[in-house]
Design a binder for this molecule. Structure first.
Ligand SMILES: [Ca+2]
Length: 288
């Protein structure tokens, strides 16, 4: 009995230590890199709910018992945190197109599926690839610095990897309508050559890369990036609180995860309507 109770106490202490390290990681990272949260979230209760939800989510993803461990890409979870109902969805960033590592064919497939003609999809793909490759040699349908100068642009191809998905706005033939359509399907964090179409993918990714009809929860993997979307209603604050946090599980016990991005509702791409394929885009694409 003594041994068993000793193991139980040790287990509790270990659990508390993990939770404390997760909490410290969240607070540290938030202080370091999320001024927007500090500026925009004056409601301390809402902030506490988001932090608690994130800690519970990561703790669930790191749960030692495989049967209890949280999976990704399944139905959303409903938790009660500080007497507030919170909905949490964990999605693999592999469900999105990585704008730095996607192949030409993956871009073409995505852009064609968004409703662009083959010709327009081909042009934009070459322009996107020209923007991020190191050289100044324009591809067949692409554009380098001289094309931007001829179009009176003040921003020119960076000739390096993208640093944020919204950087695509500066591409020569990108339109705000097309970018709005694409953003929920894009990432910087999968490192894959093409996305995986899962039940939780956007309508665009499903159309381009597979269209599963039922949720297929997947085991989480150390080293991979995940989107954690958290939404809840807190009576004492704004009617709808929505936050999307992109994290990466590190496999390091001292720093179990990193936060890549922390998006408030207005800039979170996962809270838009993802069941529709870019309404109105056909009209917008005629301007290209
Ligand atoms: Ca280039």
């Amino acid at each position: 009995m003594k041994d068993q109770s000793g193991i139980a106490v040790l287990s509790v202490i270990l659990c508390i230590a993990i939770m404390a390290s997760l909490a410290a990681a969240v607070l540290n990272l938030e202080r370091q890199s999320h001024q927007i949260v500090v500026q925009g979230r004056n409601d301390l209760k809402s902030q506490s709910i988001v932090e608690a939800a994130l800690i519970q989510t990561v703790a669930g993803m790191l749960e030692r018992n495989p049967k209890l461990r949280w999976k990704a890409d399944g139905p959303p979870r409903h938790l009660d945190i500080y007497n507030v109902g919170v909905v949490i969805a964990v999605r693999s960033e592999n469900n999105r197109l990585d704008i730095n590592t996607a192949t030409k064919s993956a871009w073409l497939q995505t852009l064609k599926s968004s409703g662009l003609s083959m010709e327009l999809a081909d042009r934009l793909t070459d322009q996107i690839l020209d923007w991020k490759d190191e050289n100044q040699l324009a591809r067949l349908n692409g554009a380098e610095r001289s094309a931007y100068i001829a179009d009176d642009r003040s921003r020119f191809p960076a000739n390096r990897l993208f640093t944020h998905v919204t950087e695509l706005a500066a591409i020569l033939n990108m339109t705000p309508e097309l970018l709005t359509c694409l953003l929920p399907s894009l990432t910087l964090h999968s490192g894959k050559s093409e996305p995986k179409g899962s039940f939780n993918s956007t309508a665009l990714i499903k159309k381009a890369f597979g269209n599963p009809k039922v949720p297929t929860p997947a085991h989480v993997t150390q080293g991979q990036a995940y989107s954690v979307s958290i939404s809840f209603q807190n009576e004492s604050s704004r009617p709808n609180n929505k936050v999307e946090i992109i994290i990466r599980l590190t496999g390091d016990k001292k720093k179990p995860f990193w936060i890549h991005e922390w998006r408030e509702a207005r800039e979170s791409f996962y809270f838009g309507d993802q069941t529709q394929l870019c309404p109105g885009l056909q009209e917008a694409s005629k301007k290209l």
